[in-house]
Design a protein around this ligand. Structure first.
Ligand code: C2E
Length: 590
């Protein structure tokens, strides 16, 4: 055998060995992957969160055990669309089918979509869920993964119980069931002895955010530590319970006055911050507290607990304090409203508010004089929401101040941009609510913004409704004077329906009266309205005040207003409120 043949044979042998080794390697590797997939499938199968994978056209590709139970799917539903339609209700919106929501959402969002605290209805079963929808690139091609967290069952599990249901398994504190029976017993005793009871519910601030950021392990640990803290308190007249999630109940058995309950809540809150500082320097935890008293706020356990929750919610939402006593007469915020307030807060952070502009026309020159800035909420599911859907709640919760700040800085930036683009002298009107005027120094805030953006204050007009302005005329007069000195223009909005007197009108440093739409509806046909309007114009002009007509929709109204000497008007006849880019097109045309 010559050398070449030997080399050839060796090469063939080496190739054969390599082939055998590769085959073995792939066999082992395939087996390993198969095991991994099996393991993954099994883990997924027994996971308590419901995981469903849909194809692009909503046939079901897979669903784990929890999902089949929650969504009432038969095992054979795979490869077809689920038999029962899945409806979701987010906040105040109407019910929508899950698939419609996914279609709508995927048109605007590419990444994971998260819908918190949503009502889901399938057939006649209703569940309260959190939902994650994912169709990002790294998922299976053209598929949609939905993860449903059943909040109701989670909550039940978390509350959990010992054998009798009276011990909370996580914290070892007495559970809500024990609280219920204890309160009812205490009520009987208190009635007999004519005593008062106080119930304090403590809720951890931003608990859901903590859970989302640090995970369940962290928050469970926190709950255990708080239970430890409650156990260590050495009050003789009290008992503590874990009600649900992050809510703990503290009962004071005999309390003379409600101030004492507040004092106790304050003392506990102080001790809590010391406790958490000592235990763990990184745990910055604070609590909100709702307080109720027996017999004033309820005569049995469930009424007292419900009222205490209502007070707790209020203490979380209001900006002015952490402790709230239940107030029977107060307009308590409902659960759906709370969800909406939370959504609004998130919308502010994620930039989902936008300012629209409606032109105001000079009735003599017929040119665009300026615009009214009107806020819109670009809701991820409900689309564009007008202020009537959210401004009331924004005012109730105090969020109006943050929304107002957003609108102010947005409008000032936009006005500056228009001035620099050659659209000079455009006056923008901004709505201000009484609360904005009361809560913070509007003048200081505006001055700071004007300086920062180097804009002329006289191109801005603040609209305050007549009724808001008349609520506290001394305060309005004081704040308006500061704003006027700064050079900002001021208007009384919805004039004619808020009951201001001529004397007050004379006193307030205003530039413009905006006459309410209701007085102008029939201005072209109703001689009485024409007379009233004429009188308003004469009086306003005599005081050096301009008149703006609101809500003009017809040519006949427009012509009559011109005849009656009105200075400016706005309404659908000229344009509806539009985004800044559309309003700019109108400016270019005019
Ligand atoms: P407003 O100050 O009276 O604003 C005028 C409202 O009338 C706007 O409603 C506008 O879309 C509507 N409108 C305009 N022309 C016509 C018309 O020809 N016909 C009819 N039927 N309606 C017309 P929008 O945008 O829904 O605002 C409602 C109210 O919400 C505003 O009333 C204002 O009081 C409040 N608002 C809007 N933006 C803000 C804001 O940024 N801050 C505060 N505090 N309130 C705001």
């Amino acid at each position: 055998m010559d050398l070449l043949t030997i080399i050839g044979l060796l090469a063939v042998l080496a190739a054969a060995v390599l082939l055998i080794w590769m085959k073995r390697y792939y066999a082992v590797e395939t087996e390993r992957l198969r095991e991994e997939v099996k393991l993954f499938k099994n883990t997924n199968e027994y996971q308590h969160e419901s995981v469903v994978v849909f194809s692009e056209n909503f046939t079901l590709l897979s669903a784990n055990r929890a999902a089949r139970k929650l969504l009432q799917l038969e095992p054979f539903t795979v490869d077809m669309t689920p038999e029962k339609e899945i409806f979701l209700q987010v906040g105040h919106s109407d019910q929508m089918s899950l698939f419609d929501i996914i279609k709508k959402q995927s048109a605007t969002t590419k990444g994971t979509i998260r819908l918190d605290k949503v009502w889901m209805t399938i057939g006649d079963k209703k569940s309260y869920i959190n939902l994650f929808i994912d169709h990002s690139k790294w998922n299976m091609k053209n598929s949609i993964v939905c993860v449903f967290q059943d909040e109701s069952s989670e909550a039940k599990k978390e509350v959990g119980s010992g054998q009798s249901g009276e011990i909370d398994f996580l914290t070892n504190l007495p559970s809500q069931f024990k609280a219920n029976s204890d309160i009812n017993q205490l009520v009987v005793g208190a009635q007999k002895d004519s005593n008062q009871l106080a119930l304090l519910i403590f809720g951890i601030k931003d608990f859901d955010k903590m859970k989302a950021t640090f995970g369940l392990g962290y928050t469970n640990n926190l709950l255990k530590k708080f239970a430890e803290f409650l156990n260590d308190l050495d009050y003789k007249d009290t008992s503590s319970y874990r009600l649900d999630c992050d809510n703990f109940l503290f009962i004071i058995k005999d309390i003379e006055r409600e101030e004492k309950a507040v004092d106790r809540a304050l003392a506990i809150n102080k001790k809590i911050s010391i406790f958490f500082k000592l235990k763990n320097k990184n745990m910055n935890v604070s609590f909100s507290t709702g307080i109720v008293l027996f017999p004033d706020h309820g005569r049995n356990a469930s009424k007292l607990i419900d009222s205490a929750y209502a007070a707790l919610e209020e203490s979380k939402l209001k900006t002015d304090g952490q402790i709230k006593i239940y107030n029977k007469k107060a307009n308590h915020i409902k659960k759906e409203e709370k969800i909406m307030i939370d959504e609004m807060r998130e919308a502010l952070e994620s930039g989902d508010f936008e300012v629209y502009y409606q032109p105001i026309i000079d009735l003599r020159s017929t040119d665009i004089y300026g615009a009214e800035a009107l806020v819109r909420w670009n809701h991820p599911i409900l689309g564009i929401l007008t202020p009537d859907k959210f401004i009331g709640l924004a005012e109730l919760s105090g969020l109006i101040v943050d929304i107002g700040e957003f609108v102010l800085s947005e409008v000032i930036t936009q006005q500056k941009h228009w001035s620099q683009s050659g659209f000079n002298n455009i006056e923008i009107s901004i709505n201000i609510s009484a609360r904005e005027l009361l809560v913070y120094q509007l003048g200081d805030k505006l001055e700071q913004l004007f300086l920062e953006h180097k804009v002329d204050p006289s191109f801005f007009n603040l609209d305050m409704s007549e009724s808001d302005a008349m609520e506290d005329t001394i305060k309005t007069d004081y704040e308006f004077s500061i704003l006027k000195k700064m050079g900002v223009h001021l208007s009384l909005d919805h004039f004619g329906v808020g009951g201001s007197s001529i004397e007050q009108l004379q006193k307030l440093p205003i530039h413009t009266l905006k006459v309410d739409r209701s007085l102008l509806k029939d201005i072209d046909t109703d001689p009485n309205h024409q007379e009233t309007f004429k009188a308003i114009v004469v009086l306003a002009h005599a005081l050096g005040i301009d008149v703006v007509a609101e809500g003009i929709e017809r040519n006949e109204q427009y012509a009559t207003l011109q005849k009656l000497g009105c200075d400016r008007a706005q309404g659908y006849i000229f344009s509806r409120p539009e985004p800044a880019s559309e309003f700019q097109k109108l400016l270019k045309k005019s």
